[in-house]
Design a protein around this ligand. Structure first.
Ligand code: NAD
Ligand code: MG
Length: 387
């Protein structure tokens, strides 16, 4: 029986994974080591009981008494705080799904790689902030990373085991998010509620707003560069409002393999959980006749400066990924809190990248977790004021 840990079990990806695991037979199909979550300890405890987990961990120390209470009589251990998350990730498990949102996923993800585990990675921030370190750690320990982001899962599947270095080009698609058809002048006044309505995918609020700003795609381009080792000029983005084609792999002979499917994350999560096998998944079959047409357009970098910033960050290399990611997280916090407008987010990220570029050591890829976190802290401080 495969042993499994889910980091960020109570989020959108975590709930979808839980659904798949329960449908597969729950504790009869998997031996669950750890489940982690945030403040929703009631739900975390409920999931831990349903899956008979060894340990449940909340990211917040002050929630430990509530988690203990919710687990009373179950025999399931309770733990809390960032260090407990890392310890949970370090416990042996065959498969670990990282579905934490943000740079908070980096330390637990690295703990999985340090022990040579298999990391099913939804937390793209891990690769954006620390791609070189993450890939080098996996290479050193023999750990395996399986992509869970739908576009990267699609590339991985379309490659069919071929080396990405041998292909001509990889294109990931973007729905265009909530504002794909808005006049550009209106974007500056977009509200949090408007940015939180995704046309195609049901996801956590942060990634939904990142889809509207295209920062999600900016992160994904960097994620593709780091994970597949592709040169930046060989990674493209196409706006595809229907979200049916998730990625295209173009071979040197001009042949293009695309990966298609209904926009349901349970496909990519289930694919990674079952890999290298394929098993039936509860996703709607693709009905192209009903769909009728699929449309594509080039992304507009005036509407979405995030895509230009991703290209500039890839060209800069070094600590740029860590800075872009953390500055974006800070700018998103400020937008959510009403401190800045929607279009200010890209300006804040650009300001942070500009200032970081003048700092010593910016051109070197961070070689350990502490230096990633130092750049992360610098970027958050700078993004609060830079524009
Ligand atoms: P979410 O906000 O719904 O859930 C995030 C999870 O992380 C929750 O369990 C939450 O409690 C936990 N968490 C939040 N802050 C934390 C912290 N500081 N420390 C530890 N745990 C913390 O997010 P989501 O939409 O499920 O996305 C999770 C990750 O997957 C993100 O990296 C996102 O970019 C990526 N992703 C999501 C989707 C999707 O469809 N939702 C698709 C592709 C990739
Ligand atoms: Mg994606």
């Amino acid at each position: 029986m495969r042993t499994l840990t889910i980091l960020g079990a109570t989020g959108s990806i975590g709930e979808s994974a839980f659904d798949l695991v329960m449908r597969a037979g729950g504790p009869q199909a998997y031996r669950v080591v750890a489940l982690t979550g945030g403040r929703n300890v009631a739900r975390l405890a409920e999931m831990a009981r349903a899956l008979q987990a060894e340990v449940a961990v909340t990211a917040h120390a002050e929630e430990l008494p509530a988690l203990r209470l919710a687990l009373a009589g179950s025999g399931i251990e309770a733990a809390a705080g960032p260090q407990a998350l890392v310890e949970a990730a370090a416990r042996p498990a065959d498969w670990t799904l990282s579905a934490i949102v943000g740079a908070a996923g980096l330390a637990p993800g690295l703990a999985v790689l340090e022990r040579g585990g298999t990391l099913a990675l939804a937390n793209k921030e891990t690769l954006v902030a620390a791609g070189r370190l993450v890939m080098a750690t996996a290479a050193r320990t023999g750990a395996r990373i399986l992509p869970v982001d739908s576009e990267h899962s699609a590339v991985f599947q379309a490659l069919g085991g071929e080396d990405a270095a041998a292909v001509a080009r990889v294109t990931i698609t973007a729905s265009g998010g909530a504002f794909r058809d808005w006049p550009v002048e209106r974007l500056a006044r977009a509200t949090v509620a408007e940015a939180s309505r995704h046309p195609n995918w049901a996801m956590g609020q942060r990634i939904t707003i990142d889809s509207a700003s295209m920062f999600n795609k900016a992160l994904e381009v960097i994620e593709a560069r780091e994970f597949f080792g592709l040169a930046p000029e060989r990674i493209g983005v196409l706006v595809h409002p229907e979200s049916i084609v998730h990625a295209l792999v173009e071979h040197v002979d001009g042949g293009v393999l695309a990966h298609l499917g209904a926009p349901d994350m349970r496909h990519a999560i289930g694919y990674a959980l079952n890999w290298p096998d394929r098993r039936p998944l509860p996703v709607a079959p693709l009905d192209l006749a009903a769909q009728g047409s699929l449309t594509f357009r080039a992304p507009d970098e005036v509407r979405w400066p995030a895509l230009r910033l991703a290209r500039e960050a890839m060209a800069a290399g070094g600590a740029a990924g860590a800075v872009l990611n953390a500055a974006k997280e800070q700018a998103l916090d400020d937008f959510l809190a009403g401190r800045i407008g929607f279009s200010d987010m890209a300006a804040r990220v650009e300001g942070a990248l500009d200032r970081a570029a003048g700092e010593p050591g910016f051109c070197d890829s961070p070689a350990d977790l502490d230096s990633v976190l130092a750049w992360d802290a610098f970027a958050r401080r700078t993004a609060r004021i830079a524009a």
